[in-house]
Design a protein around this ligand. Structure first.
Ligand code: GLC
Length: 483
């Protein structure tokens, strides 16, 4: 590490420890990393988005053809596994050549949208372009796209359009995933030089024309997406290392890749102006780049330890990978439902990731899980959608939420795979109003409850004890105090 880098790293460690001590102070840690948007249309959409709670992120691209990790295998960082019998350059050639084999003749976005709607999902994020630069929309900026290969003659060749239309028809908010880095573009990875890591591979201070071209290329593609694909609600920008040099944080350093001294500024204010002119109120999610273009935050593959004081979403895979990988291990329906409940009680949303197969269909395991999740959401959605967090949001395996306007409070009991449904459940705080009704959402029937001093006791209907163990039970009541 050079001296200036060491100083930068030291500074960020200091910053991190300062944030940590702030985070220790209360249930609602103050965030120094979030900026509420000024634009009232953006704030309104943000509030609407916060009602939705459950979305789908679809990773679909060239990597689905061989069924390997999304994009990363063509990056030469040392944590990445690759077939060691093939030289790196040959491997990249092979990878780029996969475009000849990507012909998803069974692509049926209506079926995807129906499966996601059935699961109770309300918004979609779709990979229009991942780090490998392969476009899942008919861009005029390159031929490296699904619309130019063997699928070109297919009426649905402009894949993103069909995906967005199908989900929009089911009432979803529409999000475009777009990778800022582009490893196929000669303006980012110039073939003149080796590509040792995820960053651009030339000196952008020396080759200013080339970097300018990259910025314009990115701008043009985003302009196509913002102008030609109907209403888009969320622009979900991945590849957080592409950011101005002065916005590098401890998190960025923790990714372990070198930080180019010249930064990687692609002029987000200019992009945002164009995007919001075309899509008023657009939510910009410039992931990990804290500031005006990160309208909500996106912890990845984990649930934050507690409630956060700003809008957020955990993105998590249903299996182990973002894209389709044969024989992947899928999480259980119960696990997904418990995760969703915990996230919602902490004030966030769950964006669940599934990767379609190269023929265009969703993996059977995913379809099955989505249907099972839907069964629970159908009966218990009132405890999830349109809710906002309450102060005492957790007690053992019980979580609490409250509807943002009608005042209904919910207690949600997560039931483990093994073990038994208790005959009575107990909690402190979140007291129901004296003499008020409490309903079990699953049956719509009233349940008996009582209060002894600070302890609430709820009797579960006898039938439940013998029935199949549901993933969770939700109770609706009116609470004595506000959240
Ligand atoms: C990570 C992965 C990236 C993936 C994204 C989804 O950033 O590196 O490949 O698209 O997560 O959240």
């Amino acid at each position: 590490m050079s001296q200036p880098f060491r100083m930068v790293a030291f500074f960020f460690c200091l910053l991190l420890s300062a944030q940590w001590s702030v985070a220790q102070e209360g249930v609602h840690p103050q965030s120094s990393t979030y900026e509420w948007p000024d634009d009232s249309l953006v704030r309104r959409k943000l509030d609407q988005w916060q009602d939705l709670k459950f979305g789908m992120i679809i990773h679909w691209g060239l990597y689905a053809v061989p069924g390997i990790i999304e994009s990363w295998s063509i990056c030469s960082e040392n944590w990445i596994e690759r077939d060691s019998t093939i030289a790196y350059d040959d491997y990249k050639k092979w990878y780029w050549g996969l475009k000849k084999d990507f012909n998803p003749i069974r692509f049926d976005p209506e079926q995807w949208a129906a499966a996601c709607k059935g699961a109770g999902m309300k918004y979609l994020v779709f990979t229009t372009k991942h780090h490998d630069g392969f476009c899942m929309f008919d861009t005029r900026q390159t031929d490296f796209s699904i619309a130019k290969g063997p699928f070109a003659g297919n009426p649905k060749a402009d894949v993103a359009r069909w995906v967005f239309d199908a989900f929009r028809k089911q009432g979803f908010m529409i999000g475009a995933y777009f990778s800022k880095p582009d490893w196929h573009s000669e303006y980012y990875w110039w073939p003149k030089y080796a590509t040792p890591d995820r960053n651009y591979n030339y000196d952008i201070r020396k080759y200013t024309w080339r970097w300018q071209q990259f910025k314009q290329y990115t701008y043009n593609q985003l302009s196509e997406l913002m102008h030609n694909y109907g209403q888009v609600d969320i622009l979900w920008l991945d590849g957080g290392w592409v950011r101005p040099g002065n916005s590098v944080t401890a998190e960025v350093l923790s990714w372990g890749a070198p930080i180019p001294p010249a930064g990687q500024d692609i002029e987000m204010p200019r992009i945002a102006r164009m995007a919001r002119e075309a899509q008023p109120g657009l939510l910009m999610v410039d992931r990990t780049v804290h500031g005006p273009y990160e309208n909500y935050q996106t912890p990845e593959q984990h649930v934050p330890a507690g409630q956060l004081d700003h809008p957020w979403e955990s993105c998590m895979t249903l299996a182990n990978n973002w894209g389709f990988v044969p024989n992947d291990r899928y999480k259980s329906t119960r696990k997904v439902i418990h995760t969703l409940i915990e996230i919602v009680a902490k004030g966030g949303s769950l964006l669940l990731g599934v990767g379609p197969k190269p023929d265009g269909t969703l993996p059977t395991e995913a379809v099955e899980r989505l249907a099972e999740i839907g069964k629970w959401m159908n009966q218990n959605g009132a405890a999830i959608y349109g809710t906002r967090p309450v102060k005492d949001y957790k007690q053992d395996s019980l979580f609490f939420t409250q509807h943002k306007t009608n005042g209904h409070r919910y207690a949600i009991l997560c039931i483990p795979e093994k073990g038994f449904v208790p005959a009575t459940i107990h909690w402190k705080n979140n007291f129901p109003k004296a003499g008020s009704r409490m309903t079990l959402l699953q049956t719509g029937k009233t349940v008996k409850w009582s209060r002894k001093e600070d302890n609430i006791e709820v009797e579960l209907p006898a039938g439940l004890l013998n029935s199949e163990r549901p993933p969770a039970l939700a109770f609706e009541f009116v609470a004595t105090e506000q959240p």
